[in-house]
Design a protein around this ligand. Structure first.
Ligand SMILES: *Cc1c(COP(=O)(O)O)cnc(C)c1O
Length: 458
């Protein structure tokens, strides 16, 4: 068998709208060239994010109907709690409306001024929640992860030597916990090895610092471990996921990723005192501990999704379909983060558009061109998302990479949709030397990429 096919058939469809290039130019101008400001109805293929965009299964929809909407102690909560506990092994399971709500609660409790939170790479909302608490978020990515063109198996790994040095420098008492993000979203969707999680845990244990997983894509990470790490080929993805969680003291999770749900998340942990504080805060900001900002039906969809995500036929198709896109991009000469990650292809805009410097946002130029030529929506992950201003000189401090992410929603698009994306990419590539940079004309002080307005430089 050569072709890895979608391991499902389609029961319900949603039409997508075709537009002309002229229409799309006007749509772009109206949205100030910010993909987040484009009405979704005007998008043909939406690769903005894989978050909350999954197609739910017939069983998940059945769960939506079956959801118990009791305020306290609903049966849907108990199903959700049991599913998450069986998967993670954590004792305390706290539902939240999204991953960032779990982060907000966690860092409101353990964060604060004078504290440091290390991570392989903080996702944008994680960093924002750490910083909002007054603490500092520090990325300690291993060296291979910093070289987009380099092919390696586990480019999401934590730099464990840097972590140990960091703990000694800052003092363990100022580090309330350490995170590992699996897979490493901001670092290219690259996986973290079991060995690296184990090493990290060993170092942290010595200093009595708890380890939390940012577990949004735990199943994709577990599947990469099965494919790439010695000793795991014959283990089930469920066993591998369990082992990953067993090395941690807790996790934050967005159910909008590897729970195949459209909304939801959770915070889980073993520490009872921390759980008790978390639940108190949950009641103030999210809801009663048996629904935590979600409807009973959402808890059903998440519980069912967490079962389906571990299906290895699904994961084989998932990882292969992302790799397929990446292989085609590479073959036509588009530089991408290598090897392709679990949920997205990341174009290296710095190398693709060498005539546009980081402060003129080369990634934004690529994003804009994908939409203009093909109605495809993707997102910049570079100076727009992570750029900061030097407080004394006011000049832009750019992150190491200028990437453009094409995230693949789970179970939504078919192979021919992907072939269309490849054709559009070919045209973006052909027209690359004509692309111009951008200037930001309006921005918010935090998470500016969501609302910033841009002007094309001429
Ligand atoms: C999506 C995501 C989050 C935040 O989850 P939301 O549900 O969007 O609030 C946190 N960390 C990582 C790695 C993510 O991908």
């Amino acid at each position: 068998m050569k072709t890895i096919i979608e391991p499902f058939k389609i029961k319900s469809i949603e039409p997508i709208k075709f537009t002309t290039e002229l229409q799309r130019e006007s749509i772009l101008r109206k949205a100030f060239f910010n993909p987040f400001l484009i009405p979704a109805d005007d998008v043909l293929i939406d690769l903005l994010t894989d978050s909350g965009t999954s197609a739910m299964s017939a069983k998940q929809w059945a769960g939506i109907m079956d959801g118990d909407e009791s305020y306290a102690g609903s049966k849907s909560f108990y199903r959700f709690e049991k599913t998450v506990r069986d998967l993670t092994g954590f004792h305390h399971i706290i539902p939240t409306h999204q991953g960032r709500a779990a982060e907000k609660i966690l860092f409101s409790i353990v964060g604060g001024k004078g504290k440091w939170i290390p991570n392989n790479t903080h996702f944008d909302t994680t960093r924002a929640n750490v910083e909002y608490s007054g603490a500092e978020a520090v990325d300690l990515l291993n060296e291979t992860g910093k070289h987009p063109e380099l092919k390696a198996d586990f480019k999401g790994n934590m730099d464990t030597a840097a972590l140990e040095k960091f703990i000694q420098d800052k003092g363990a008492e100022h580090i309330p916990l350490c995170l590992i993000t699996v897979t490493n979203n901001s670092g290219g969707g690259q996986p973290v090895s079991m060995e690296n999680i184990r090493q990290t845990k060993k170092i942290l244990q010595h200093y009595h610092i708890p380890l939390f997983l940012d577990a949004c894509r735990f199943a994709e990470n577990a599947y990469f471990i099965k494919l790439r790490e010695k000793g795991y080929a014959d283990k089930s993805v469920r066993e591998i996921a369990r082992e990953m969680f067993s090395l941690a003291d807790g996790c934050t999770m967005s159910a909008k990723k590897d729970a195949l749900a459209n909304i939801g998340g959770f915070l889980a942990m073993n520490d009872s005192a921390l759980a008790s504080k978390s639940r108190n805060l949950l009641i103030v900001t999210e809801g009663f501990p048996t629904y935590g900002g979600l409807a009973g039906r959402d808890l059903e969809a998440i519980a069912q999704g967490l079962e389906e995500i571990l299906d290895e036929d699904y994961l084989r198709y998932r990882i292969r379909s992302v790799e397929y896109l990446g292989d085609k991009f590479s073959a036509m000469g588009i530089p991408i983060v290598q090897p392709p990650g679990g949920h997205a292809i990341y174009i290296d805009a710095k190398r693709l558009l060498q005539h546009i410097p980081p402060h003129e946002y080369p990634g934004q130029a690529v994003v804009s061109e994908f939409f203009r030529l093909g109605g495809i929506r993707c997102v910049e992950i570079g100076s727009v998302m992570f750029g900061k201003y030097d407080t004394t000189t006011g000049s832009l401090i750019s992150p190491p990479m200028e990437l453009v992410r094409l995230a693949i929603p789970r179970r939504v698009y078919t192979q021919s949709h992907m072939d269309y994306v490849i054709e559009v990419a070919e045209n973006v590539f052909k027209n690359r030397t004509n692309l111009k940079g951008f200037r930001i004309i309006e921005e918010a002080p935090m998470l500016r990429h969501f609302t910033a307005k841009f002007e094309n430089l001429v």
